[in-house]
Design a protein around this ligand. Structure first.
Ligand SMILES: CC(C)=CCC/C(C)=C/CC/C(C)=C/CC/C(C)=C/COP(=O)(O)OP(=O)(O)O
Ligand SMILES: O=P(O)(O)OC[C@@H](O)CO
Ligand SMILES: [Mg+2]
Length: 240
């Protein structure tokens, strides 16, 4: 079986709680060359804000996925290509590993399983809201990260492993260790990517890089540079 994310090099994560840079539109975002949009964030996400972003982005060709941070914000919308549901492998509280998922399945009947996929997060920036929120144990060596990645793929059948440094640029060695530990699963990296070079460097280790804050803080020209960095890193790997 093949999955759409296997062809992605670059993902733009849109936080529905944050604005775009003045004068920029969702059309501009879709024209950066990014391969997919993930819509989600951890703080103050409401259904209404989610709907607004889905509505505005669904007119263009880029696939859009919702990444809900809790069961209460999931939107039932045909415009979505699917749902990427996080599970946090190094959370201290099992609510963020399987508990929220159990609640979701309990309250929703008729989930669209064909469009529902999971992302196995390894959260590594202790300062991030996602680390606080899930009480993640972020003190992990490269070997620990590699082992989490392997457990996620081999024992839990996860197809997406996500090394998350939300808000700060991470350690390429840990990202590389996760990549080396995987056979077929896809590795996402997110955190602090802000220019061509950072996208290029992490793009050499991860299958796809995720860019979040940059869109809201600097705008689409900066995002386009990161698309180029990520694509060049992939082109180089393919040529090797
Ligand atoms: C079962 C369902 C439907 C949901 C549960 C989903 C889970 C387990 C969420 C855990 C938290 C998580 C991994 C959320 C994904 C989104 C994310 C990482 C947002 C980025 O977080 P930050 O950048 O730290 O937060 P802000 O940007 O909001 O400050
Ligand atoms: O906002 P940044 O630091 O780019 O992180 C992207 C993403 O991994 C957040 O979930
Ligand atoms: Mg953020």
């Amino acid at each position: 079986m093949s999955y759409p994310w296997e062809d992605w090099d670059h993902i733009t994560k849109i936080d529905p709680d944050k604005d775009l840079v003045d004068g920029e539109t969702f059309e501009d975002v879709c024209e950066t060359g990014t391969d997919a949009l993930e819509i989600g964030g951890t703080l103050d996400i409401t259904e209404e804000k989610m709907e607004r972003v889905i509505e505005a982005t669904s007119k263009y060709d880029v696939p859009i996925y919702q990444e809900p941070s809790n069961p209460g914000v999931v939107i039932d919308d045909d415009a979505l290509d699917g749902y990427l549901i996080p599970t946090v492998f190094n959370a201290s509280d099992s609510f963020w590993i399987t508990g929220a998922h159990k609640e979701w399945v309990r309250i929703e009947d008729g989930l669209d399983w064909d469009r529902t996929h999971t992302e196995a997060y390894i959260v590594l920036n202790p300062e991030s809201s996602v680390a606080e929120y899930t009480d993640a144990d972020t003190d992990q060596s490269a070997e620990d990260v590699a082992s989490f990645a392997r457990v996620a793929e081999k024992m839990f059948g996860q197809r997406i492993i996500y090394v998350e440094y939300s808000g700060t640029y991470g350690d390429p060695e840990k990202v590389g260790a996760a990549h080396d530990a995987l056979d077929d699963a896809t590795l996402f990296y997110g955190g602090g990517i802000h220019d061509y070079d950072t996208a290029y460097e992490m793009g050499q280790h991860a299958d796809a890089v995720v860019v979040g804050n940059l869109l809201h803080d600097e705008g689409v020209d900066a995002v386009r540079e990161t698309v180029e960095g990520a694509k060049d890193a992939t082109a180089e790997l393919v040529a090797e």
